[in-house]
Ligand binder design. Structure first.
Ligand code: PA5
Length: 378
């Protein structure tokens, strides 16, 4: 269960209109997903996860942005037990990182899950080529293709075409769900199931949020909007659990890509306490007053609870609006609920700022510029 500590003024009529717009949006497929899951697809995901676990010591998850951050966030937070270890690649263009990942796999048995909705993103495409080559060297062409799992568009894109031609096991990123809202689709569910995360419980948590958290998510969105127009232009997500660093990264992407357009939105940043109290803590307490702080409070021990209390008191006294979002369990159910809560708040919040929560023209702009430069140097 989620608890919040704020109660802004909410325009009920406008909220209803926004919720209806989001649900009817061609990219609003994630809204009902937890309650209308395709159980046939879910069974296929679990079967594939079992095959991967049976034959591989490593699963290399290749993807970037929304095709990677969600599952990494949950895996790092829960550190589930599985004989098959997850390795990430294709989330930067660093040749060093790629070489490290290839070295880590070494001579071990491995499979590859390449995840790209568009099927054309440069970072994952480069990493995929390198790991495909390694698979072919080790298992031959047929054996290699049997170990490649492609999660991509149902009908189009270079990855889709290659997957069909080579008969890779395919999973679909639904047309009506964008990257950063896709963690509960096969994008996240396959790596999560391989890593040993209880994906049924994750989905149950999200379904619980569909039933219980709309009002709270809406209030969070209105609180952000109320503060945003008062020049609180930076939001710091704070957590007291180091293992949730990637959940913070997922939040930064969700809010940054959904809201930051047309010169609107609140810039998302993140800290881990108490670690960052000894670095950014100074700025939080006493620096320029344009920050709002959203504390995600996971269940914790007595000492850490005291630190949480102390931070809230000190930062409130220092003039920072502190929003508290408390979850009662640190497990799959709790993270499922948080995922849905933040997705919904984020979509409502973007709408309140008057922008489309589901496109990312800025990201596309970088991709187009890079493509041009690469063509010039051919
Ligand atoms: O949320 C988004 O839409 C983006 O972050 C994408 O997930 C990211 O750019 C990767 O795109 P793709 O899955 O097409 O490779």
């Amino acid at each position: 269960m989620i608890e919040i500590n704020f109660n802004p003024t909410v325009d009920a009529e406008k909220t209803q209109q926004i919720l209806a717009e989001i649900a009817a949006d061609p990219m609003g497929g994630w809204v009902k997903l937890p309650k209308k899951y395709d159980m046939g697809e879910f069974a296929r995901i679990k079967d594939a996860a079992k095959k991967i676990r049976d034959e591989s010591e490593y699963l290399v998850c290749i993807g970037i942005g929304g095709s990677y951050l969600g599952h990494r966030a949950i895996i790092e937070a829960l550190r589930p037990k599985s004989e098959t270890k997850i390795i990430y690649a294709g989330n930067s263009l660093s040749q060093r990182e790629l070489e490290r990942a290839l070295e880590k796999v070494g001579d071990h048995d491995f499979s590859v899950n390449v995840i790209s909705k568009s099927g054309t993103t440069l970072e994952p495409a480069i990493a995929f080529e390198a790991f495909k080559k390694k698979l072919i060297e080790k298992y031959g062409e047929e054996g290699a293709y049997d170990r490649i799992y492609a999660t991509t568009d149902a009908n189009t894109g270079a990855l889709h075409d290659e997957a069909v031609a080579n008969n890779y096991t395919r999973f679909v990123v639904p047309d009506n769900i964008g990257g950063r809202y896709s963690v509960l689709t096969a994008v996240g569910m396959l790596p999560l199931a391989v890593a040993g995360v209880d994906v049924d419980k994750l989905l149950e948590g999200a379904a619980e949020a569909v039933d219980n958290d709309t009002d709270k998510a809406v209030r969070y969105a209105w609180m952000r909007k109320t503060l945003g127009v008062k020049n609180y232009d930076t939001e710091v997500f704070a957590s007291f659990e180091p293992a949730t660093m990637y959940f913070n990264e997922w939040l930064k992407q969700l809010f940054g890509e959904s809201e930051g357009k047309n010169r609107q939105g609140i810039f998302p940043a993140a800290v881990i306490y108490s670690t960052d109290l000894h670095s950014l803590g100074q700025f939080m307490q006493d620096g320029r007053r344009n920050l709002l702080e959203t504390i995600i409070e996971y269940p914790t021990d007595e000492l850490n609870s005291k630190v949480v209390q102390a931070v809230k008191l000190a930062h409130t006294a220092g003039g920072i609006p502190v929003l508290d979002i408390k979850i009662d369990t640190y497990d799959e159910r709790g993270f499922g609920e948080l995922i849905y809560f933040f997705e919904l708040s984020c979509a409502v919040s973007a709408k309140l700022f008057g922008v489309n929560p589901f496109d990312q023209p800025g990201v596309e702009a970088y991709k187009a510029e890079l493509k041009k430069l690469m063509e010039e140097t051919k």
